[in-house]
Design a protein around this ligand. Structure first.
Ligand SMILES: Nc1ncnc2c1ncn2[C@@H]1O[C@H](COP(=O)(O)OP(=O)(O)O)[C@@H](O)[C@H]1O
Ligand SMILES: [Mg+2]
Length: 246
């Protein structure tokens, strides 16, 4: 579904992606992990064409994103729903209006159909009672839930989650992790989660890639990451301050 071929990207004088190769299959629940600042968000931005590499190719569902003009990116972007770190809700709009916003912006549906679709997604995420509520009256966890509803309103094939549990308490984080897993199975999408929260990784992912020095340093199943003796894997999973990645 998504392929990176020898992708290079320099930002602020720093080589962030240094020949990144990565292949994510359709329908996978995939996690990209790595230390802060290692290029996880940059990698996601390359998938949706928000950033372009100096060299290398990014292919999404057969379309070479890196060869497309900005104006030709919309059909590719439509395949994605993203829950970015800063996916803030608009405070002046109700929950229902926030969720329906992407449909109204793209003017691709008649108003009665939009209302129907919003109701459907609110139901799916257990938000039905909150349609008229304003974001300011919601907890952080509920706001994430609403942002996720908005992310899936256009029926994406791929959902990107950038640090979905950052800033949430452990209980709320697990609620969101369960929700990600539930959406993955119910919507039959490809899910890509970027995080440094290992608990989150083990709850939501089937396969994990560890990004380090601009490349995938290790890749494997949850079992591999839980049980491997590899020093790099162990340091990341246990969070040991001393080790090969220090
Ligand atoms: N727009 C930008 N301009 C300059 N530097 C950037 C930009 N975006 C990201 N970077 C740098 O690229 C590196 C990787 O960033 P990022 O992908 O956001 O890290 P993370 O793995 O924490 O998500 C960091 O060193 C960051 O400072
Ligand atoms: Mg990031």
């Amino acid at each position: 579904m998504i392929e990176f071929i020898d992708v290079h990207k320099t930002l602020g004088g720093k080589k962030v992606l240094d020949g990144l190769d990565l292949k994510i299959e359709r329908g996978e629940a995939f996690a990209i992990i790595g230390r802060s600042g290692c290029g996880k968000s940059v990698t996601l931005k390359h998938m949706v064409g928000l950033m372009a590499p100096e060299s290398g190719r990014v292919i999404v569902d057969g379309a070479e994103v890196t060869a497309l003009e900005d104006s030709a990116l919309e059909p590719v972007r439509k395949k994605f729903g993203f829950l970015f770190q800063n996916s803030a809700l608009l405070n002046s709009l109700s929950v229902g209006e926030n969720v329906g916003l992407p449909l109204r912006e793209h003017k691709e549906m008649a108003e009665p159909d939009i209302r129907k679709r919003v109701a459907e997604v609110l139901e799916l995420l257990g938000l039905r009672q909150l349609e008229e509520v304003m974001p300011a009256d919601l907890s952080g966890g509920m706001r994430k839930r609403v942002a996720l509803a908005r992310a899936i309103i256009r029926k994406p094939e791929i959902i990107l989650y950038d640090e979905p549990t950052t800033g949430l308490d452990p209980i709320m984080a697990n609620v969101i992790n369960n929700l990600i897993a539930e959406m993955h199975h119910k919507l039959k999408v490809t899910s890509i989660v970027v995080t440094h929260d290992m608990n989150s990784v083990f709850m939501v992912a089937e396969r994990i890639a560890l990004l380090y020095q601009g490349k995938i340093a290790r890749m494997g199943t949850v079992d591999y990451f839980k049980n491997s003796d590899d020093k790099i894997v162990r340091q990341f999973v246990t969070g040991a301050p001393e080790g090969p990645m220090s």
